[in-house]
Design a protein around this ligand. Sequence first.
Ligand code: TYD
Ligand code: MG
Length: 470
Amino acid sequence: MAKDRTLYLCRDCGGHTPRWHGRCPHCGAWNSLEETIPAPEPAAGTRGRLSALRQGLAAEGSLARLADIEAADVARTPTGLAELDRVLGGGVVPGAVVLIGGDPGIGKSTLLLQALDALQRAGLPTLYVTGEESGAQVALRARRLGLGDSQVPVLAEIRLEAILATLQQQRPAVAVIDSIQTVYTEQLTSAPGSVAQVRECAALLTRTAKDSGATLVLVGHVTKDGALAGPRVLEHMVDTVLYFEGDAHSSFRLVRAIKNRFGAVSELGVFAMTERGLRGVGNPSALFLSQHREPVPGSCVLATLEGTRPLLVEIQALVDAGGPAPRRLSVGLERDRLAMLLAVLHRHAGIATSDQDVFVNAVGGVRIAEPAADLAVLLAVTSSLRGRALPRGFVAFGEVGLAGEVRPAQRGQERLKEAAKLGMAVAVVPTATLPRKPDAAFQRATEGLALHGVERIEEALEVVRGLDLG
Ligand code: TYD
Ligand code: MG
């Protein structure tokens, strides 16, 4: 159809050309042209609406003090899955577009079907658009989830125009597109799943959602295959970006918010994949601790913070004789930071690992980005190096600087309380996180936890050696 309307847009200079070239005729960049649909001329009606909108914006004296503007809190509808609501910032917001990314098979369709069913049961009109599976397959999943009587309307469709028509007709409050990579528009010649298709289809769906006030959830596969456009190209255009993480070999699934215009980012929802779908895990701390009967060398429990929630995670390290080019590998932690920490360990504590392979791992498939993990990483490394386990119930946190100083971590006291709650016995933490004069409430909350404040990495190692002897 409207192929003559197709334009090619240069990613580098933003110039247009009606035909594809290997090289942009405007700026000369190679391979920078991408197919797009040009924006239609605004219709007369649109122009009228725009001026009405502008009037709404610029009523009487267009400047207003922030304090005088009424900031109505956005209305949210809880999905009924508490862990999902936590990452969304309380529930779904009308007109918001949510992108859920994750590896194939991790549980995106399962989670969204559960959420849609709960919303439908709560009286909200929903719509589940499936492009990956047939209606029968979705129904099978629903039975498996114990939702055989679900009233969620299912549309098996991949043509964008048909999906848009259904959205306009059915006016669902919450619609899921599973997945955005399968949707295509005939207005573009490129294949479904290509960057151009994914971006244009998402843009058009987003516009429809904003116009109708529906919450739109786009599912996107993260793929390593260059031919398929991952959710990355959509991140800027949506309001909320959630990523599914998890170890393929464990049943735990983490949903993390990495962008949220309607809530806090880096909140974490924890689920367990069971025979009957995903179940929220209310108190996840214990999950990320492996169950050693006796303390083992190379293991240190970290009290970390996920969003607003303290979480105990076991950090494991293995230090082993390496070849001429020793390796530094980390799973769930930053590798560059590991290299830096090993340099600090050498320089300030005189412990060399330059001829050793060093591997570190955060147990349970959790990803830790905060620098407060440093101290636990270093203590796990030295424990493995010396072949001596840290004492039973040992926990640590604190950022380690290049000068060897141990810096305070935010919400340190909450981390300590969580550690005490989970039966930890010894904590080595930045001195600055300990209250100067602990009040009765703090003492009660951390009862049974021996607190050791340290200011330098050497000092932390000294405390650990002392515990060995004691
Ligand atoms: P799915 O939601 O299809 O993943 P995605 O949409 O991200 O590709 O999840 C598929 C996996 O989950 C599959 O390996 C089977 C498993 N599963 C369960 O273990 N229990 C269940 O109740 C369901 C529905 C799926
Ligand atoms: Mg799926």
